[in-house]
Design a protein around this ligand. Structure first.
Ligand code: URP
Ligand code: ZN
Ligand code: ZN
Length: 465
């Protein structure tokens, strides 16, 4: 069995940091100690001056996802490869149940999309579009397959949106099967009325995507989702939370002791609505839902991370190329495929703007990008920390390395970066995934298909995590 000794690094977990050597045997961490002799290992990696982080877990990605007449431009190979370059060693992607079909069909489809392609480990959430007659049974069946979480939409009427009764039934089912409901919380009915009125007024440019999705539509839906979960007596997880108003609803619930959890994404922490006004249709690069918000929301979201009213930073990576995919909406903002790229840059951005920027310490950073997603989504302690027995998903991180984010150098299969020209300090040097070095000094050493499907445990959203 291959053994690797990582010497002289600082092991950073959510609970604290220690200067230590780490011995990896096969796919797992075997030992962590102040000094481990070099004779103990077949291969030695010197990590002097480096941080050893548990591999990033991006709990929200959309590889190879059909949307609006096209498909997200990264598949499981290109997307997970890009993730690895950025220090993410696990993604949790979304399978989509097509209306009128069984969830197992969607699971089979997404397994096929991933199986010979993924270069890092992956789990799947199931997007529920229709409970039909067998939906509740199907949910239990999915949980048995390791799909420990379901996403429901309160937006996109006629496509993905489900009604409150369906949401309530699904929530109640999780009190039996232990899964966690993830909610896309925007009031889709109201948004649709505003969109129709806006189109009738001849307003077609990308900025109207944002102007037709008010913060109150998000806050109302977050509030309703939490109320439905409270009535069902189960936890809830709000995905891609974008605004102060929505955050306040999560905070109020948590202050009342409810197990309400929420994630935000780098784009909501770092970009604002003005991006959608870029000339020459470039605003379309920033069309995703919920939309970017006015600038004053950004510090509130950073504060939410600090106060633990937001527990996770994921990316909602859902890339569409500007030239031939975003262009579908050139004459009508409603036809712009919704989504943006980001899976490669999450650790760089949150380390630079969060840790270097004084919003959090390095342990909180690890908690947000790795440990808490592992805990909430049934992967802990296999993933989300560096400890004996855990998977050797280890990022050797150079906290002083400068990096310029650019589409010219990134590895995502998309022709633009939402963070073009951002200069960050702190970047990946080496990435181990289950003991195998898959990235070293900006070189990819992994293989498509080496990533494994992760059967996740349903732990009821880890009430007391
Ligand atoms: O615009 C977005 N966020 N696209 C991906 C689908 C979703 O709602 O997460
Ligand atoms: Zn969503
Ligand atoms: Zn998404």
């Amino acid at each position: 069995m291959l053994t690797t000794l990582i010497k002289n690094g600082t092991v950073v977990n959510a609970k604290g940091s220690t200067f230590a050597d780490v011995l990896v045997e096969g796919e797992r961490v075997k030992e962590i100690a102040a000094t481990i002799p070099e004779t103990a290992a077949g291969r030695v990696i010197d990590a002097s001056g480096m941080l050893l982080l548990p591999g990033g877990i991006d709990a929200h990605t959309h590889m190879d996802m059909p949307f609006g007449g096209t498909t997200s431009s990264d598949d499981f190979e290109t997307g997970t490869r890009a993730a690895a370059f950025g220090g993410t060693t696990t993604i949790i992607d979304f399978a989509i149940q097509a209306r009128g079909t069984r969830m197992r069909d969607a699971l089979d489809t997404w397994w096929k999309k991933a199986e010979n392609k993924a270069v890092i480990d992956y789990g799947l959430h199931m997007i529920v579009t229709d409970l039909g007659e067998c939906g509740l049974e199907d949910m239990d069946d999915m949980v048995a397959e390791g799909v420990a979480s379901f996403k429901l939409f309160m937006a996109y009427p006629g496509v993905l949106m489900v009604d409150d009764g369906t949401i309530f039934k699904a929530l109640r089912q999780t009190s039996k099967n232990g899964a966690l409901i993830c909610m896309h919380a925007e009031n889709g009915g109201v948004i649709d009325v505003i969109i129709q009125r806006t189109l009738a007024e001849g307003k077609r440019a990308p900025i109207y995507h944002a102007l037709t999705r008010p913060v109150t539509a998000e806050a109302e839906a977050v509030n309703r989702a939490i109320a439905l979960a409270e009535m069902a007596g189960v936890p809830i997880y709000i995905v891609h939370l974008s605004s102060e108003d929505a955050l306040n609803k999560v905070r109020e619930a948590r202050d009342r002791g409810l197990p309400a959890f929420a994630e935000t994404c780098p784009q909501y922490l770092l970009l604002s609505v003005e991006e959608l006004e870029r000339p020459n249709f470039e605003g379309a690069k920033y069309v995703f839902t919920p939309p970017l918000r006015p600038k004053h929301h950004l510090p509130k979201l950073w504060e939410g991370l600090k106060q633990d009213n937001l527990q996770v930073v994921s990316t909602d990576h859902c890339p569409f190329c500007f030239e031939d995919q975003k262009a579908l909406g050139k004459d009508d903002f409603t036809k712009i495929p919704n989504g943006g790229p980001g899976v490669e840059n999450r650790l760089q951005l949150i380390h630079h703007y969060g840790v270097n920027g004084g919003h959090m310490n390095i342990n909180r950073f690890v908690e947000l990008v790795s440990t808490t997603p592992a805990r909430l989504f049934g992967l802990y302690p296999r993933k989300g920390l560096i400890a004996p027995g855990s998977d050797a998903d280890i990022v050797i991180w150079d906290p002083l390395a400068p990096h310029l984010i650019s589409a010219a150098t990134h590895h995502m299969r998309v022709d633009y970066s939402m963070f073009e020209g951002f200069n960050v300090t702190g970047n990946v040097r080496t990435v181990l995934s289950r003991g195998e070095v898959i990235i070293d000094n900006n070189e990819f050493l992994g293989k498509p298909g080496r990533g494994s499907y992760l059967k996740r445990e349903a732990r009821g959203g880890a009430w007391n995590y």
